[in-house]
Design a protein around this ligand. Structure first.
Ligand SMILES: [Fe+2]
Ligand SMILES: [Fe+2]
Length: 362
């Protein structure tokens, strides 16, 4: 038995049920009165949901890819924009009774987590007709067979079980004792400058549009998942501060549980995208295009856009209401001055690491 456990699981084919299986927990996770996914072992250590087979599967697909001499794509953490307001600014505001920007930020995070469920609605292209080389026994071959579904359930919950959306809400409500939630959060997310519905210009019109959209969405979600590392750092630091948090231990532990669940999301997405990058693609008129060009080209244009626009947008949105909010403090002008002194300008590195071969004109 013990030797079997030590052997790496090299199985490459998994059923939908396998990829959704959690195994047993000694204790469930209850957050804000809601039964959530995952749970604790007999020693009280948190375990993520749906990783019983999903985790070894992703590792086996990664080993197989690398054994074939292909690289697993990496996105530099230098590109990760900081959260605004910073931890110090957030603590300063809360200490002065101005909690709205922090409560709003935590609510936005929970809403965005819930949006993660759209990954199960990705329209699957006919991969067999597009991907030239065989791809059975890969993450790519399992996207519709459990990986997207497991991801969607982790983010938005499933059945009576809460997911990340409910866990972030619970962390916020523990720390700030069920604060009043600004009622325009959803509206502003949907209608903001980064809002939905903006038509995206096709980067690779020569390939099947459904395939291009799938690669685009996976790239976008991968970047959001990777950059969430900063959101977790911020969330844990703010919620663990006993000066402003009513439940510093419980609230920050909750964020830690969510964070530990994100690893399989990052890993299956980068594996499947790397598998596409390692293959050739058939264009709509029968020509051959390298998958690397499509994946790296897509990641490059998204990284450029997200690192250049998103931090500015987030900062502008937070600051829009600031003047009014400062007036809630005892000494608005002193608070404003101290808040401004904590500003830390950030600009994205000039290169994304995914530069296309040809000079970029845009
Ligand atoms: Fe999540
Ligand atoms: Fe995630």
């Amino acid at each position: 038995m013990s030797t079997e456990v030590k052997l790496a699981d090299d199985r490459l084919d998994y059923s939908l049920e396998d990829l959704l299986a959690s195994g047993d927990f000694a204790e469930p996770l209850i957050a804000g009165g809601v039964r959530c996914h995952g749970g604790f072992d007999a020693d009280g250590v948190y375990g993520s949901p749906r990783v019983l087979h999903r985790k070894p599967a992703i590792q086996a697909w990664q080993r197989a890819l690398q054994a074939q001499g292909h690289e697993l794509l990496e996105i530099s953490s230098d590109l990760m924009p900081p959260q605004y307001p910073s931890v110090d600014q957030a603590v300063l505001l809360c200490r002065n009774g101005v909690r709205e920007p922090v409560v709003r930020a935590l609510t936005i995070i929970s809403v965005v987590e819930g949006f993660g469920a759209i990954i199960r609605d990705v329209k699957m292209p006919d991969l067999e007709s597009i991907v030239v080389e065989p791809f059975h026994g890969t993450a790519l071959a399992h996207l519709a067979g459990g990986l997207f579904e497991a991801h969607a359930r982790d983010e938005a919950g499933w059945g009576d079980e809460g997911g990340h959306k409910q866990m972030w809400e619970a962390a916020r409500d523990l720390a700030f004792e069920s604060p009043e939630i600004p009622d325009d959060v959803l509206m502003r997310i949907m209608g903001g400058p980064g809002g939905r519905g903006r038509p995206r210009k096709r980067g690779f019109p020569q390939i099947d549009e459904t395939f291009e959209r799938m690669v685009g969405l996976m790239s976008n979600v991968l970047i959001v998942e990777l950059f969430a590392e900063e959101v977790f750092r911020w969330g844990k630091a703010v919620l663990a501060n006993p000066e402003i948090s009513a439940e510093p231990e419980q609230a920050s532990a909750m964020v830690g549980y969510i964070e530990s669940d994100e690893n399989p999301h990052v890993e299956y997405l980068r594996t499947a995208l790397s598998e596409v990058a390692a293959r050739n693609l058939r264009t709509s008129d029968g020509a051959i295009l390298s998958g690397r060009e499509v994946v790296h080209g897509t990641l490059h244009s998204m990284l450029r856009q997200i690192t250049r626009q998103r931090p500015e947008e987030q900062r502008a949105q937070v600051r829009e209401n600031m003047a009014k909010l400062f007036t809630q403090a005892e000494n608005p002008s002193a608070l404003r001055e101290e808040f401004e002194s904590l500003e830390q300008p950030w600009s994205p590195p000039p290169h994304t690491g995914f530069e296309p071969q040809l000079p970029d004109s845009g």
